[in-house]
Design a protein around this ligand. Structure first.
Ligand SMILES: Nc1ncnc2c1ncn2[C@@H]1O[C@H](COP(=O)(O)OP(=O)(O)OP(=O)(O)O)[C@@H](O)[C@H]1O
Length: 305
């Protein structure tokens, strides 16, 4: 195991921003940290890289306590609110960071800088002052910086924010290759479950500083049918006839899409007045309504009866 976070809490004054949070991160694994604004994502990532002190708990890197072995944080490539010197160009900014990291070999510096700048699509504009960069270009530069020196763990706070669709795809591809070909362990945060689920091995959902879910996205893939109304008699009939179906208020939830047709036929034969029936491929995450109301989910198909 690369990283193990055990029961960490973080207070800002009296405000508890992270509550008994535990997680693991393995080599070659990509974990998507999902949560709405202010849920504690940045706080967690800052705690992991020791940018802020944790109030309690432990963090281990390869079995060693990070707080007692702070030099190990040099194994982490970090993108959290990166800032660059406006009056230097992109190449010079990254070069400074490499020198600060103790890399002195000119050829190594040159090769690495060209490689990462090319990777994030900034090769052609590397000689421009950073002050002339757009927000998205600075984001790309931030990612380039985190990729220098092939760090074992990548800790990235919202690396997709501010990027256009092509930029987002590019960054996801880079992260995927880093993890799957390079064996790097990657954790990155985002607000949008749909945006990240295709490259993540695991999703961690955080809300109000508390971990709400940690697992494979597919584990939670469900089909959800909202009915206009559902009385007790009909609920019991549905539960009797369809083993896989769970019912929450007027919503039917099931994991086997093959039952949709039979379910529809059954509802119609029951003479239920169905005015509008939505069938969507979503996730149980969407059932944490209110808690993660701005975490998006897919609307796949709609039947009108
Ligand atoms: N330096 C700080 N001092 C006091 N409170 C803070 C500080 N940093 C964050 N907080 C509070 O801690 C909580 C978690 O904030 P955090 O920045 O970790 O959330 P986030 O999930 O990263 O949000 P976003 O998606 O908006 O970036 C919020 O209530 C925030 O107001």
């Amino acid at each position: 195991m690369t990283l193990e976070v055990i029961n960490i809490s973080k207070y800002y004054g009296k405000h508890l921003a992270l509550k008994n949070f535990s997680m693991t991160l393995n080599p070659g694994e990509i974990v998507g940290l999902i949560g709405k604004n202010g849920s504690g994502k940045t706080t967690l990532l800052n705690c992991i890289v020791n940018n802020i002190h944790i109030s309690s708990g432990e963090i281990f890197f390869r079995g060693k306590k990070l707080l007692e072995n702070k030099h190990l944080i040099a194994k982490f490539g970090v993108l959290i609110e990166s800032c660059f010197l406006d009056y230097l160009n992109a190449y010079e900014n990254l070069k400074l960071l490499m020198l600060a990291d103790g890399i002195n070999d000119k050829e190594d510096i040159h090769n690495q800088l060209n490689m990462v700048l090319d990777l994030v699509g900034l090769e052609e504009r590397k000689k421009e002052f950073v002050k002339n960069y757009s927000f998205g270009m600075k984001q790309r530069l931030g990612l380039a910086q985190s990729l220098l020196n092939n760090k074992e763990v990548l800790i990235l706070d919202e690396p997709l924010v501010g990027l256009d669709a092509m930029g987002r795809e590019l960054v996801k591809k880079i992260l995927f290759e880093k993890a799957k070909s390079g064996g790097n362990a990657v954790i990155f945060s985002d607000h949008n479950l749909n945006e990240v689920k295709d490259i993540c091995d695991r999703i961690i959902l955080i809300d109000n500083g508390i971990k709400k879910f940690d697992g494979l996205f597919d584990d939670k893939k469900k089909y959800i049918v909202d009915l206009e109304r559902l009385n007790e008699g009909l609920k019991n009939l549905i539960l009797e006839k369809f083993n896989d179906v769970k019912i929450e208020e007027n919503t039917l939830i099931f994991s086997n899409p093959d039952i949709i047709n039979n379910l529809l036929k059954f509802l119609i034969t029951q003479n239920i007045e169905i005015t509008n029936l939505n069938v969507r491929e979503g996730s149980l995450l969407s059932l944490f309504k209110g808690e993660i109301d701005n975490v998006e989910h897919e609307v796949d198909m709609e039947y009108r009866v």
